[in-house]
Every structure is written in C-alpha cells, then in structure tokens.
Ligand binder design. Structure first.
Ligand SMILES: [Zn+2]
Ligand SMILES: [Zn+2]
Length: 489
C-alpha cells in the first residue's frame, strides 16, 4: 500500500472516501459511519465509533477559517470528553490547524477563559506517577518548569468531528492531570491507559480570544449560547438559564426541587430544605458591578464547626456572560466580599504564607466548609453536605482563598466590597449591617484566633514529620465533595 493518505482513501469501517486535509492530523471522524479513523505509517484503522455530538456552543465551528495574529488558521476538528462516570459536564477541545506552517493547537473554553495547548516533549525523566500527584501540590517537569496541580482525574472521548492529531479511542478511560503555571501557563499531562495508549504532554497558556479573527467577522469572545429557560419537573415553575452551556444542577427557586440538567432537559433528584433566610440579592437580579454586567443565579449557605460551635456565611453565584464567567459574593456578619477566581498556578502556598503577584499573604484560617443550603443554577453538581478544605491568606488588597476537594483545587481572590456599592450595583436597599443570617455564634475574630492556633500546631507536627520537604501545600486535607469557587472546568 502506498503511504500518502492526504489523498482520498477508503474508510476501513464503511468504505466511504476519507481525505486528510491537514498534514498534522493523525485521525478523523468518518462522516458516514462515525468511526474514528486513525492513520498509521502503513494504513488506516478504525479505532472506535463516537456518539452523537453534545450541544456545547462555540464560535469556532469546524470548517471556519480566520487569522490568529497574522497567521491563517482553520478550525479542523473537535473532540468532546467527559470524566468517565465522575460528576461533571462534558467539555470540548477544538483542533486549530495552521496550514502555512504545519503547526497546530488545541483550544478550550472554560468558565470565561480560553486556553491553547500544543503537544510538548515529555520530560526527560518521564511524567511523575499519576497516583503521586495531588491537587494543590507542585510538579516539576524537567525542561518545562514547575507547575501547580489543578485537577487529577480520568477522562474519555465521547464524541468528535473533523480531523485531529493523536486521539484516544472513544470510550477508553485515560488518566489526566491539569496543571497551571504562575503566568497563565496551562497544561495537561495525559497518562494514556497505561498499556497501549502512550502518555503525552500538552503545554500552553490562557489567551485573549481577541487575537483570533474569523473570516466571517463574527467575534470569538462569545460562544453562541442563547439564554433559555426550563420548567421545574416538580412544580412547573419557569427557570431561566443564565449559562445553558455550563449549568449542571438547578435547585428550583419556587419549590426547592433539585434537578440535573443535561441536553436541555431537567431530571428531578428530590426536594432539598429551603434556606432559612431569603437571599439579599434576589435570584435573577441583574447588576452592574465594577464595570461588569452580572446576573445573580445562585445562593448558598455554608458553615463550619470550630470547637463545637457552628459558624455560617452566605454566598451568591454571579454570572457575567461567557467573557466574565462566574464570580461570587460572600457575606459574613454583614461584611461583603467580591470573590474572583484565579488560576491555581498564580498562587504559591508555602506553609504559613502564600505568594501572589510577588506579594506575601499570611495564613489566616483553615476550615472544613460544608454546604448547608442551596438554591439556583450551578456549574457543578452541588450537594448539601459537600465539603472542602478552605484555607484563607490575608494580604494586600484582600484575601486569597484556596479550596481543596479530593480531585481538584480552586483558588480565588476575595476583595472587600462595601455594602453601599453592592446595593447600588443591584439597585437594592442597603444590606442589613449584622448580616442577613443573624445571631449565629461569636464574632469571626474568635474563630480566626482558634483556627490559627490549631493550624500552627498541625503544621508543626506536619513539618516535624516530613522534614519540611515538598516545598508546597499548606494542610490540604481531602474530604468529600466538589469544588466551590471558580476554578475547574
Ligand atoms: Zn466510515
Ligand atoms: Zn419547582
């Protein structure tokens, strides 16, 4: 058989003609039989059939052309993946080819951020064992630098279209680790399946989609998600969807029925208790906050127990459209904070301090934060009782919050937000001074003191255990549950 499959060949599964357009593409999905057809140096092989594509909006439709800076590109394919049975919506990666240079990149959009990654040489010493990496920890990739581990998980290809470079056979579960660097670097360690699928390393960074111009003139900033609405399966209430592409769990604001959203339809899971207080910012309220147009879409009450005493605070999930993504408002004892997600790579926790943008933040407290009440629309499968290890560092301009779940770490910046400014942003009467929860526990100052003492003791024990090596991580105690703040995709 002759080698050049950039010309027409027959699909090994159905016989339909197959043409590879881009030299760097090693696989493509047959339009007729939906099999992924991979090219080897000798022949074409059908490596598995993909399911129908899931509806995930993107401005980068397969076949679209444009310029990235000055270089022409073509959207050559896309792959949709999920977490192989673990909670979380499917996501997609778009294969962008640059025909004039032969190079290519994967592009992904998650919670308001764009990432581009390309295959990079494996470190000389290989990838560290998958089981040795923990979210929030650090990983040194020889020749590439030191990164923060953001997520450790399993994934599988569920669907795809067009052409792509190497791709795992559909349905085969592979291990992966997402990493982030201090200046927007982003990457994925792909561990393959440990047998026939080889490990790969993809490195790249967050980027501003304004560098891309489509030949149609359509903007790349905004995936074409329409604001739609769904009906509560229990009470029939009309529930507007702010982010249909990323919403996963809806708790009905009228009757408290929790439902999962998939393919535009809700499946009821059951009733959850109503929050004991009404949210100060109503669900559905639209505001203009620090130059961003935001919609209040979720309300959560979380709590922690310190020395037998329960402390509670309230959080509001805001959605600012695809380019802003998700933000949080947090209120405790009448004090408000605006919580913005950071890339975990931007913050280096080192024992009692953390550094961010060259500034030092000092450990303030670490608690086990549990969800007590929830209502609204959420981008993860939020559950009552889910718990994360939440650690706060105080420093210039506010606090750094690190939230540790078993498979994922998320980091955010909490800046004080005057009640007056919040009220003006949402056109509301001034918020109550003592907080809307009222009369719970002592002042948070006491908690801080107790918690810091406890943490210092734990740290001293930990340091004496491991001799202070490892160079990172505070006291990450994995527990059950999903991430809360921003972060993951
Ligand atoms: Zn075929
Ligand atoms: Zn309902």
């Amino acid at each position: 058989m002759s080698t050049p499959f950039d010309r027409a060949a027959a699909c090994p599964s159905c016989g339909a003609p197959i043409t590879f357009r881009f030299a760097g593409a090693m696989a493509q999905v047959c339009k007729h039989c939906k099999f992924v057809v991979a090219r080897t140096d000798r022949d074409l092989r059908a490596i598995g059939r993909v399911a129908d594509l899931v509806e995930i909006p993107t401005p980068l439709q397969v076949g679209a052309t444009g310029r990235w800076g000055n270089e022409p590109f073509v959207v050559d394919g896309r792959v949709q993946l999920d977490r192989a049975g673990a909670p979380g919506a499917p996501w997609q990666e778009i294969f962008i080819a640059f025909p004039s240079s032969g190079r290519w990149t994967w592009v992904a959009f998650a919670q308001g951020r764009w990432y581009a990654t390309s295959e990079a040489p494996l470190p000389l010493n290989g990838l560290p064992p998958w089981t040795s990496l923990r979210p929030g920890g650090r990983v040194h990739l020889e020749g590439h630098g030191v990164f923060t581990v953001v997520e450790v998980g399993r994934r599988r290809v569920i669907s795809a279209e067009g052409e792509m470079p190497y791709v795992a056979p559909p349905g085969v579960v592979t291990g992966f680790v997402d990493i982030a660097g201090p200046r927007g670097e982003f990457g994925t360690l792909d561990y393959g399946d440990g047998r026939t699928i080889p490990p790969k390393l993809y490195l790249g960074r967050q980027f501003d989609p304004a560098v891309m111009r489509l030949d149609t003139g359509a903007p790349v900033e905004v995936p074409s998600a329409q604001v739609t609405a769904v009906a509560c399966p229990n009470c029939g209430g009309n529930l507007p969807l702010a982010a249909p592409g990323t919403a996963e769990r809806i708790v009905c604001r009228y009757c408290g029925t929790a439902s999962d959203l998939s393919n535009g339809a809700l499946t009821a899971l059951g009733q959850v208790p109503r929050p004991p207080v009404a949210p100060y910012v109503p669900l559905g309220a639209e505001g203009q906050l620090r130059g961003m147009r935001v919609l209040c879409i979720g309300f959560v009450i979380r709590g922690c127990t310190v020395e037998g005493e329960r402390y509670r605070w309230r959080e509001y999930l805001l959605y600012g459209g695809p380019s802003v993504g998700y933000l949080w408002l947090m209120e405790e004892d009448g004090a408000w904070q605006l919580v913005t997600p950071l890339s975990p790579g931007e913050v280096q926790p080192m024992g009692l301090v953390a550094t961010y943008k060259g500034q030092t933040y000092t450990l303030k407290q670490g608690v086990q934060a549990e969800v007590e009440y929830v209502i609204g629309e959420f981008y993860w499968k939020v559950e009552i009782g889910e718990s994360v290890q939440a650690t706060e560092y105080q420093g210039p301009g506010g606090k750094i919050s690190v939230e540790q779940a078993p498979t994922e770490v998320s980091v955010s910046f909490c800046a004080p937000l005057p009640g007056k400014e919040l009220a003006a942003a949402f056109n509301l009467p001034p918020p109550p001074k003592a907080g809307i929860g009222g009369g719970e526990g002592t002042s948070s100052g006491t908690v801080v003191v107790i918690v810091v003492i406890v943490i210092v003791v734990i740290l001293l024990v930990a340091l004496s255990d491991c001799g202070g090596s490892g160079g990172g991580g505070v006291i990450f105690v994995p527990t059950g549950g999903s991430p809360s703040f921003g972060g993951g995709k």
